[in-house]
Design a protein around this ligand. Structure first.
Ligand SMILES: [Zn+2]
Length: 197
């Protein structure tokens, strides 16, 4: 078993072998985890919310769902999800989001955290993949618009568990968004654990 604590607003990285379990745990209530993953044997193959939506033909994740890569291969099986609130639609926050929406320069962001966590792999910043946003509520209204962001319903200690279906490098961001209620206006830590079944 191995485990890392990702500081609120920052990112981290951990590796897992096929068949192991990855647990994503909140330390405090209401903290979103932007989840990114790459095939350990081919860094160009990454977790893809778009392919996952297309194969599922659904925009919400539920226990028993498979998460797919950009090569339409199975990466993860969602085996436990006590909150049941995850997002497959939103891109990660980035410096431009904070500057354009809130006038904040050099605010930390999930995209920056991902770039930092994966720095030694040389992935061009523009080609960084999109996230699966664990614990993030996204509600689509009847007219197709997204409802305004609301606070993540995750409680302290809630754990989402994924089984890996290939060897993976996992990068996560404890989303630094503090301008909406999503992370209760104060990003907090996440614990990521890799264990054998
Ligand atoms: Zn974010």
């Amino acid at each position: 078993m191995k485990s890392i604590v990702v500081k609120g607003g920052h990112g981290g990285r951990i590796e897992a072998k096929r068949g192991q379990l990855i647990e994503i745990t909140t330390v405090e209530e209401s903290q979103v985890c932007d989840l990114f993953a790459f095939n350990s044997d081919n860094i160009r193959e990454a977790l893809s919310p778009g392919h996952t939506r297309q194969v599922k033909r659904h925009i919400y994740l539920k226990k028993g769902d498979v998460l797919y890569s950009n090569l339409r291969r199975q990466m993860f099986l969602l085996i436990d999800d006590p909150v049941g609130v995850n997002d497959l639609c939103m891109s990660q926050c980035d410096p431009e989001r904070y500057e354009l929406s809130y006038g904040l320069k050099n605010h930390r962001s999930c995209r920056h955290n991902l770039a930092e966590a994966m720095k030694d792999f040389g992935i061009p910043y523009e080609y960084l993949p999109e996230p699966v946003n664990i614990f993030q509520p996204t509600f689509i209204q009847a007219d197709g618009t997204f409802a305004a962001p609301t606070q993540s319903p995750a409680k302290a200690g809630d754990t989402v568990t994924l089984r890996t279906l290939m060897d993976v490098i996992v990068a996560v961001s404890a989303c630094p968004q503090d301008q909406t209620p999503l992370n209760k206006h104060r990003p907090s830590d996440l614990r990521i654990t890799v264990r054998d079944v």
